[in-house]
Design a protein around this ligand. Structure first.
Ligand code: SAM
Length: 216
Protein backbone atom coordinates (compact mmCIF):
# COMPACT_ATOMS: atom_id res chain seq x y z
CA UNK A 1 0.00 0.00 0.00
CA UNK A 2 1.08 3.58 -0.63
CA UNK A 3 0.01 6.21 1.93
CA UNK A 4 0.39 9.84 0.86
CA UNK A 5 0.72 11.63 4.16
CA UNK A 6 0.29 15.40 4.56
CA UNK A 7 2.63 17.15 6.96
CA UNK A 8 2.60 20.74 8.32
CA UNK A 9 3.69 23.64 6.10
CA UNK A 10 5.26 25.08 9.26
CA UNK A 11 3.08 24.80 12.34
CA UNK A 12 3.67 21.40 13.92
CA UNK A 13 0.18 21.51 15.47
CA UNK A 14 -1.17 20.88 11.95
CA UNK A 15 0.16 17.30 11.98
CA UNK A 16 -2.91 15.10 12.22
CA UNK A 17 -3.33 12.10 14.54
CA UNK A 18 -3.98 9.98 11.46
CA UNK A 19 -0.73 11.15 9.84
CA UNK A 20 1.28 10.19 12.93
CA UNK A 21 -0.43 6.80 13.24
CA UNK A 22 0.09 6.04 9.54
CA UNK A 23 3.78 6.92 9.67
CA UNK A 24 4.23 4.73 12.76
CA UNK A 25 2.54 1.82 11.00
CA UNK A 26 4.52 2.13 7.73
CA UNK A 27 7.42 -0.20 6.91
CA UNK A 28 9.23 2.46 4.89
CA UNK A 29 8.93 6.24 4.70
CA UNK A 30 9.84 7.87 1.39
CA UNK A 31 10.60 11.60 1.53
CA UNK A 32 12.24 14.34 -0.54
CA UNK A 33 15.11 15.00 1.83
CA UNK A 34 15.92 12.50 4.56
CA UNK A 35 17.68 15.08 6.78
CA UNK A 36 14.81 17.54 6.58
CA UNK A 37 12.11 14.94 7.21
CA UNK A 38 14.24 13.23 9.85
CA UNK A 39 13.72 16.25 12.15
CA UNK A 40 9.95 16.14 11.72
CA UNK A 41 9.76 12.40 12.32
CA UNK A 42 11.94 12.65 15.41
CA UNK A 43 9.63 15.32 16.81
CA UNK A 44 6.68 12.93 16.48
CA UNK A 45 8.65 9.96 17.77
CA UNK A 46 8.49 8.09 14.46
CA UNK A 47 11.45 5.85 13.84
CA UNK A 48 11.28 4.04 10.50
CA UNK A 49 13.63 3.39 7.58
CA UNK A 50 13.81 6.48 5.35
CA UNK A 51 14.49 6.63 1.63
CA UNK A 52 14.68 9.72 -0.53
CA UNK A 53 12.67 10.33 -3.69
CA UNK A 54 13.22 13.82 -5.04
CA UNK A 55 12.68 15.99 -8.11
CA UNK A 56 15.57 14.28 -9.98
CA UNK A 57 14.38 10.75 -9.19
CA UNK A 58 13.32 8.70 -12.19
CA UNK A 59 10.29 6.64 -13.17
CA UNK A 60 12.50 3.57 -12.82
CA UNK A 61 13.19 4.44 -9.16
CA UNK A 62 9.47 5.02 -8.64
CA UNK A 63 8.84 1.57 -10.13
CA UNK A 64 11.29 -0.11 -7.73
CA UNK A 65 9.78 1.67 -4.73
CA UNK A 66 6.28 0.69 -5.73
CA UNK A 67 7.38 -2.91 -6.21
CA UNK A 68 8.16 -2.82 -2.47
CA UNK A 69 4.69 -1.38 -1.85
CA UNK A 70 3.25 -4.62 -3.30
CA UNK A 71 4.04 -6.38 -0.01
CA UNK A 72 4.97 -3.56 2.35
CA UNK A 73 3.32 -0.40 3.63
CA UNK A 74 5.14 2.53 2.04
CA UNK A 75 4.35 6.08 3.22
CA UNK A 76 5.38 9.19 1.30
CA UNK A 77 5.85 12.66 2.83
CA UNK A 78 7.01 15.79 1.02
CA UNK A 79 9.22 18.47 2.58
CA UNK A 80 6.03 20.20 3.70
CA UNK A 81 2.32 20.12 3.07
CA UNK A 82 0.15 17.90 0.93
CA UNK A 83 1.93 15.33 -1.26
CA UNK A 84 1.57 15.90 -4.98
CA UNK A 85 1.10 19.67 -4.72
CA UNK A 86 4.41 20.87 -6.12
CA UNK A 87 6.61 17.89 -5.22
CA UNK A 88 7.72 14.61 -6.91
CA UNK A 89 4.85 12.43 -5.57
CA UNK A 90 3.18 12.38 -8.99
CA UNK A 91 5.57 9.73 -10.36
CA UNK A 92 4.97 7.47 -7.36
CA UNK A 93 1.20 7.87 -7.66
CA UNK A 94 1.29 7.05 -11.39
CA UNK A 95 3.48 4.02 -10.78
CA UNK A 96 1.29 2.78 -7.90
CA UNK A 97 -1.80 3.00 -10.12
CA UNK A 98 0.04 1.15 -12.89
CA UNK A 99 1.00 -1.65 -10.51
CA UNK A 100 -2.50 -1.85 -9.02
CA UNK A 101 -1.32 -0.78 -5.57
CA UNK A 102 -3.84 0.60 -3.11
CA UNK A 103 -3.38 4.33 -2.45
CA UNK A 104 -4.61 6.23 0.57
CA UNK A 105 -4.37 10.00 0.96
CA UNK A 106 -4.07 11.48 4.44
CA UNK A 107 -5.30 15.09 4.08
CA UNK A 108 -3.73 18.01 5.88
CA UNK A 109 -2.07 21.39 5.49
CA UNK A 110 -1.50 22.91 2.06
CA UNK A 111 -0.30 26.40 1.23
CA UNK A 112 -2.51 26.39 -1.88
CA UNK A 113 -5.85 25.96 -0.10
CA UNK A 114 -4.88 27.93 3.01
CA UNK A 115 -3.86 30.92 0.87
CA UNK A 116 -6.93 30.72 -1.37
CA UNK A 117 -9.40 30.54 1.50
CA UNK A 118 -7.76 33.40 3.43
CA UNK A 119 -7.57 35.59 0.33
CA UNK A 120 -11.33 36.13 0.28
CA UNK A 121 -11.37 35.76 -3.51
CA UNK A 122 -13.82 33.56 -5.41
CA UNK A 123 -13.34 29.89 -4.64
CA UNK A 124 -15.89 28.30 -6.97
CA UNK A 125 -13.55 28.51 -9.98
CA UNK A 126 -9.83 28.60 -9.29
CA UNK A 127 -6.67 27.43 -11.02
CA UNK A 128 -3.35 26.52 -9.43
CA UNK A 129 -0.50 27.64 -11.71
CA UNK A 130 2.31 26.27 -9.51
CA UNK A 131 5.45 28.48 -9.87
CA UNK A 132 5.47 30.75 -12.92
CA UNK A 133 7.93 29.45 -15.52
CA UNK A 134 11.17 31.40 -15.41
CA UNK A 135 11.87 31.87 -19.11
CA UNK A 136 10.11 29.84 -21.76
CA UNK A 137 6.31 30.25 -21.65
CA UNK A 138 6.42 32.92 -18.93
CA UNK A 139 5.22 35.73 -21.19
CA UNK A 140 2.71 33.48 -22.96
CA UNK A 141 1.26 32.36 -19.65
CA UNK A 142 1.19 35.88 -18.23
CA UNK A 143 -0.58 37.20 -21.33
CA UNK A 144 -3.21 34.47 -21.05
CA UNK A 145 -3.89 35.60 -17.47
CA UNK A 146 -5.06 39.02 -18.68
CA UNK A 147 -8.18 37.32 -20.07
CA UNK A 148 -8.82 35.03 -17.12
CA UNK A 149 -12.20 34.75 -15.41
CA UNK A 150 -11.07 32.49 -12.56
CA UNK A 151 -9.04 32.97 -9.39
CA UNK A 152 -5.37 32.15 -10.05
CA UNK A 153 -2.95 30.89 -7.42
CA UNK A 154 0.84 31.02 -7.82
CA UNK A 155 3.59 29.83 -5.50
CA UNK A 156 6.51 32.23 -5.31
CA UNK A 157 9.86 32.50 -3.58
CA UNK A 158 10.99 35.68 -1.80
CA UNK A 159 13.89 36.05 -4.28
CA UNK A 160 11.58 36.40 -7.26
CA UNK A 161 8.64 38.27 -5.77
CA UNK A 162 9.72 41.73 -7.06
CA UNK A 163 10.14 40.41 -10.61
CA UNK A 164 6.80 38.61 -10.52
CA UNK A 165 4.96 41.66 -9.18
CA UNK A 166 6.45 43.87 -11.90
CA UNK A 167 5.48 41.30 -14.55
CA UNK A 168 1.93 41.27 -13.19
CA UNK A 169 1.78 45.09 -13.41
CA UNK A 170 2.57 44.89 -17.12
CA UNK A 171 -0.26 42.40 -17.69
CA UNK A 172 -2.80 44.08 -15.44
CA UNK A 173 -2.32 47.62 -14.07
CA UNK A 174 -0.80 49.24 -10.92
CA UNK A 175 -4.17 49.53 -9.11
CA UNK A 176 -5.07 45.88 -9.79
CA UNK A 177 -5.73 44.16 -6.46
CA UNK A 178 -4.15 40.84 -5.52
CA UNK A 179 -3.56 38.96 -2.28
CA UNK A 180 -0.10 37.97 -1.10
CA UNK A 181 -0.31 35.35 1.63
CA UNK A 182 2.91 34.99 3.53
CA UNK A 183 4.20 32.84 6.37
CA UNK A 184 1.02 30.79 6.45
CA UNK A 185 0.43 28.95 9.74
CA UNK A 186 3.38 30.82 11.30
CA UNK A 187 3.13 33.48 14.04
CA UNK A 188 3.48 36.30 11.50
CA UNK A 189 1.00 34.86 9.00
CA UNK A 190 -0.31 37.81 6.95
CA UNK A 191 -2.69 38.30 4.06
CA UNK A 192 -1.70 41.44 2.13
CA UNK A 193 -4.83 42.31 0.15
CA UNK A 194 -3.65 45.35 -1.78
CA UNK A 195 -2.85 46.90 -5.16
CA UNK A 196 0.14 45.67 -7.16
CA UNK A 197 1.63 49.15 -6.82
CA UNK A 198 1.53 49.09 -3.00
CA UNK A 199 2.74 45.51 -2.86
CA UNK A 200 5.74 46.43 -5.02
CA UNK A 201 6.62 49.12 -2.47
CA UNK A 202 6.34 46.58 0.37
CA UNK A 203 8.47 44.11 -1.58
CA UNK A 204 11.21 46.75 -2.00
CA UNK A 205 11.23 47.21 1.80
CA UNK A 206 11.93 43.48 2.15
CA UNK A 207 8.60 42.60 3.79
CA UNK A 208 8.29 39.34 1.81
CA UNK A 209 11.25 37.43 3.17
CA UNK A 210 9.59 34.02 3.52
CA UNK A 211 7.45 31.73 1.44
CA UNK A 212 4.57 33.34 -0.41
CA UNK A 213 1.39 32.43 -2.23
CA UNK A 214 -0.08 34.95 -4.70
CA UNK A 215 -3.82 34.85 -5.27
CA UNK A 216 -5.57 37.08 -7.83
N1 SAM B 1 3.54 20.74 -0.78
C1 SAM B 1 3.38 22.14 -0.33
C2 SAM B 1 1.88 22.43 -0.14
O1 SAM B 1 1.11 21.50 0.09
O2 SAM B 1 1.49 23.58 -0.15
C3 SAM B 1 4.01 23.11 -1.27
C4 SAM B 1 5.50 22.98 -1.45
S1 SAM B 1 6.13 24.04 -2.69
C5 SAM B 1 7.62 23.16 -3.09
C6 SAM B 1 6.79 25.38 -1.80
C7 SAM B 1 5.99 26.66 -2.05
O3 SAM B 1 4.75 26.58 -1.35
C8 SAM B 1 6.68 27.89 -1.50
O4 SAM B 1 7.58 28.46 -2.44
C9 SAM B 1 5.51 28.84 -1.25
O5 SAM B 1 5.10 29.48 -2.45
C10 SAM B 1 4.43 27.83 -0.81
N2 SAM B 1 4.44 27.72 0.67
C11 SAM B 1 4.83 26.66 1.38
N3 SAM B 1 4.70 26.90 2.71
C12 SAM B 1 4.20 28.15 2.80
C13 SAM B 1 3.84 28.99 3.90
N4 SAM B 1 3.97 28.57 5.16
N5 SAM B 1 3.36 30.24 3.65
C14 SAM B 1 3.23 30.67 2.37
N6 SAM B 1 3.55 29.92 1.29
C15 SAM B 1 4.03 28.69 1.51
Amino acid sequence: MLSLVSTPIWNLEDMTLRAIRTLKEADLIVCEDTRHSGHLLKHFDVSKPLQSFHSHSTREQAKKLMERAQNEHVAYISDAGTPGISDPAYLLIQEAIEQGIKIEVIPGASALLTGLIGSGLHMHDFRFLWFLPLKKWRQTLLKSLAEKDYTAIIYESPHRIEKTLSDLVTIFWPEYRVCLARELTKIHETYHRDTLENLQKEAKKGVFRWEIVIIF
